[in-house]
Design a protein around this ligand. Structure first.
Ligand SMILES: *Cc1c(COP(=O)(O)O)cnc(C)c1O
Length: 454
């Protein structure tokens, strides 16, 4: 399998190079040259099924027995024997619990595997990389946990001082591995992101330090997320729609890819909070940028959904030049429109969308708790509200539960009056020793620190 860039001007790569590169050199995102159709799902456990479903994507690059072992190690960190259990909450409505990994959010499903893949590929090549990233909470903790045991990876994660939750901060700062460095920046999340971008744009610095990234545009993350759409449908035993609380569009794109591969998915329901650029796109066929407003579901407070570019590339019949043109117009005018025939062919048959305000999110958390005794986190609540708004008679819906309620205890308490307990495997989180580095919002200071981390 070869990988091509959505902007059409970067070299084609094999899986391992696409994994390490993340972003293509033309600024595009890597996608496989073709979607493998009807891959065989074999094996009894989640990790065996995962290895068989993803086999076509790594074929020729990683031997299948090695890949199966990497999957096994990655998913052994999940605390539920099913890895991602399916739970019924209403006659036609199910939750797919994706939060049983080490950091209690669905990002573990991809990042635990990414850690294994990086370690394998870098050991084979006798290379070492420095992963740098910015986080508003969930990505940083999942990335740190994914690579904390890697011999050939150092990781520096910047987060905005005082602006992530106590659980999120402690999941990063209590990791004791010597290759992990968590930095509190005196600034906002945007400042952290700007520092990371500036380090990548500083080419001599980037090359001298072998910088690498594992952000949500990395192909391997999307690939790992296609698996649970298949396993959930297998457990259910019939076709279904999926409701996906969405930020960067990575998780829902994985569903779309699973559908291309032959998964019997009816509709993909995109759930947004008040940062509803995607919902407005599905209503008006046009995307308009607006400033980000903070909500109770911070992991979905996003202005531009970077993974949407992969769908746009398909909508342009895989024409990289046309995709580049559309995106540069978007950057210039803040508006992206698609043609009626593109909408009719690619969007209308498959996607539905819904927006839930903070009020609706709290009301949903409360009513689910009253009716079934289940506590859900605010992101999952948006998925449930969207499923209810877009459900079709006779079609079951599977809502992706993207975080454990204990990861967002304040919102859960506000909605239900109940303080959600941390699960056993992280129950001592608040007793563990923290290790934090404080740095000013200053590129020179941050670069000097990163250079000292080898
Ligand atoms: C990251 C995240 C999302 C959004 O996922 P995308 O792939 O960016 O759409 C939703 N919920 C939670 C809890 C998250 O951490």
């Amino acid at each position: 399998m070869r990988y091509v860039s959505t902007r059409g001007r970067a070299p084609e790569l094999g899986f391992c190079d696409a994994l390490l590169a993340g972003l293509a050199t033309d600024g595009g995102l890597y996608v496989p040259q073709t979607w493998p159709s009807q891959p065989k799902m074999a094996g009894a456990t989640y990790s065996e099924k995962a290895a068989s479903l993803m086999a076509p994507y790594v074929e020729g690059e990683i031997p299948q027995d090695v890949f199966a072992q990497l999957c096994k190690t990655a998913y052994s960190t999940f605390r539920d024997p099913a890895v991602v259990p399916l739970v019924q909450i209403a006659p036609e409505h199910y939750l797919l619990e994706l939060f049983h990994g080490p950091t209690l959010a669905f990002k573990d499903v991809a990042l635990q595997l990414i850690g294994q893949l990086f370690d394998y590929v870098l050991t084979q090549r006798n290379q070492r990389v420095m992963i740098v990233g910015a986080t508003s909470g969930d990505t940083g903790s999942a990335a740190i946990d994914g690579v904390k045991g890697c011999k050939n990876v150092d990781i520096v994660i910047l987060y905005p001082h005082g602006r992530v939750s106590d659980v999120q901060r402690r999941q990063m700062t209590t990791i004791t591995s010597s290759n992990v460095h968590t930095v509190a920046i005196d600034g906002t999340f945007d400042d952290c992101q700007d520092l990371v971008k500036a380090m990548f744009n500083d080419v001599p610095f980037r090359e001298a330090n072998n910088l690498s990234a594992v952000n949500s545009i990395n192909w391997a993350r999307v690939m790992a997320q296609t698996v649970y759409y298949f396993t959930a449908l297998e457990t259910l035993g019939r076709s279904a729609s999926f409701s996906v609380p969405t930020g960067n569009f990575g998780n829902v794109l994985a569903g779309w890819i699973a559908k291309q591969m032959g998964a019997e998915i009816e509709k993909l329901i995109v759930g947004s909070n008040s940062n509803d650029i995607l919902t407005r796109f599905f209503e008006t066929h046009s995307m308009d940028m607006l400033p980000v407003v903070p909500t109770l579901s911070p992991s979905m407070d996003i202005q531009i959904s970077s993974n949407f570019e992969r769908l746009l590339f398909e909508m342009n019949n895989r024409d990289g030049a046309a995709t580049t043109e559309q995106l540069s117009m978007f950057r210039q005018n803040g508006n992206l429109s698609v043609k009626p025939d593109q909408f009719a062919r690619w969007i209308e048959p498959t996607f539905r969308a819904h927006r839930a305000s903070d009020e609706e999110t709290l009301a949903m958390m409360k009513s689910i708790h009253n009716e079934s005794g289940i506590l859900v986190d605010p992101h999952t609540a948006i998925g449930i509200a969207s499923a209810e708004a877009c459900a079709e008679p006779g079609v079951p819906t599977i809502t992706l539960a993207t975080a454990h309620p204990a990861k967002f205890p304040n919102a859960v308490k506000q909605a239900t009056g109940v303080h959600p307990a941390l699960p056993d495997h992280v129950a001592d989180l608040f007793d563990r020793q923290e290790r934090i580095i404080n740095l000013p919002n200053d590129l020179q200071a941050v670069e000097a620190f990163v250079a000292s981390c080898h």
